[in-house]
Design a protein around this ligand. Structure first.
Ligand SMILES: Cc1ncc(COP(=O)(O)O)c(C=O)c1O
Length: 376
């Protein structure tokens, strides 16, 4: 039996919660969405949350809520899934890539600061592997330059930074609930912010930009049916059917975090003696909910080790090809060599299996296969 790199953990309660919603009038736009939003904002330590149908939608809503538009610049990390950049570009921004820290793979605040111009609208950090970015430094740089700090926390719901929950650190934070993530709704995501007005703008973008409140309408006397659009949005709504899974999953977040931490500790202890390998770094002021376990294979052996592990049924992954290596960026003139730390990190990286239901025997198997790959 092969071992995937990530997998959802679904309980009988998750399944029952979906069945319960299926028997109600509200498959979407109903009360479970609001309940799930309350649970997400409580975990994030924010006054409100908007849940949406993917992490990518959440990023798009977040950029829109910050007012990102043509002519703006967004500085982000290349060590991410392309959506972090693509959704800013969808709003008309130009994306600049800052280099990453050599050890954490997170955006290097000094490199981000060096890219700031009068057009900088957002500095978007990505909590790579679940390890929070240097949020205070990024916030300081953003504030000093009239920009916003956005945290792409697709990997890090449940993580803490200096004792504060991810979600409460940035002007706006995005979560993803894709099945491999720390908790799931099948597809899904959320936008949180310490500023309730930002969340409200994201919520409006999620639903076509529709203005239903008469006090805000330009033509409030049109009739009781009337709703109007002041700025375009899209349909990014999360159905109640999926919110029900999320509401149940979020109750298990401490259990998920503990399981991931114990897998992290076993890998870190039992792989520590191997030459030719760099294990993930952790700053002493963070308490990550680990989404990935990224090892780095030295001596140009990444591909060989990756292929060997896959042949052995350990379905490792690579996270990520530097975003600007995608041909779509290449065609826009982005050049390789721009962010040397990120490129080196990518060239060495392999993500080992990491998910709550990974058994102790499976962890042992992964460790054995890494060992045999390296001594081969
Ligand atoms: C860092 C990062 N940002 C954004 C996303 C987009 O999330 P989703 O797949 O839910 O759209 C992902 C998911 O792959 C991600 O890993």
């Amino acid at each position: 039996m092969s071992i995937p790199y990530g997998r959802q953990s679904i309980s009988e309660e998750d399944i029952a919660a979906v069945a319960d919603v299926m028997r109600t009038d509200w498959l979407t736009m109903g009360p479970v969405v609001a309940e799930f939003e309350a649970a997400v904002s409580e975990l994030a330590g924010t006054p409100d949350a908007t849940v949406v149908n993917s992490g990518s939608s959440a990023l798009h809503c977040a950029y829109a809520a910050l007012g990102v538009t043509k002519g703006d610049e967004v500085i982000t990390s290349p060590m991410t899934f392309v959506a972090t950049a693509a959704t800013a570009i969808a709003e008309g921004a130009t994306v600049l890539f800052a280099d990453t820290q050599e050890d954490t793979g997170n955006i290097d605040p000094a490199s981000a600061e060096a890219l700031v111009t009068s057009r900088t609208k957002v500095i978007a950090g990505v909590d790579y592997a679940g390890h929070p970015v240097d949020a205070d430094e990024l916030m300081t740089i953003a504030r000093a330059n009239g920009a916003y700090f956005l945290e792409d926390a697709a990997h890090s719901i449940g993580s803490l930074y200096r004792g504060r929950p991810v979600g409460s650190l940035a002007d706006v934070t995005e979560f993803s609930f894709f099945p491999t993530k720390n908790m799931t709704t099948g597809e899904g995501g959320a936008v949180v912010s310490p500023d309730a007005a930002i969340v409200e703008r994201a919520r409006r973008f999620r639903s076509h930009g529709l203005v239903r409140n008469k006090d805000e309408q330009r033509y409030p006397d049109e009739g009781p049916w009337h709703q109007e659009v002041h700025a375009f949005g899209l349909n990014y709504r999360l159905p109640d059917v999926l919110a029900a899974i999320g509401l149940n999953q979020i109750k298990r977040i401490a259990e998920f975090k503990a399981r991931r931490a114990s897998i992290f500790d076993r890998y870190s202890t039992e792989l520590a003696d191997l030459d030719g390998l760099i294990l993930p770094a952790k700053r002493d002021y963070v308490d990550p909910m680990w989404h990935l376990y990224p090892i780095r294979v030295l001596d140009g052996r990444r591909r060989e080790v990756f292929e060997y592990m896959r042949e052995q049924g350990v379905l490792v992954q690579v996270n990520y090809i530097p975003a600007y290596w995608h041909p779509v960026f290449e065609d826009l003139g982005y050049k390789r060599g721009m962010c040397p730390n990120a490129e080196t990190y990518y060239e060495q990286e392999i993500s080992l299996p990491m998910f709550a239901d990974l058994s102790a025997d499976q962890v042992s198997r992964v460790i054995d296969v890494v060992r045999s790959a390296l001594v081969a």
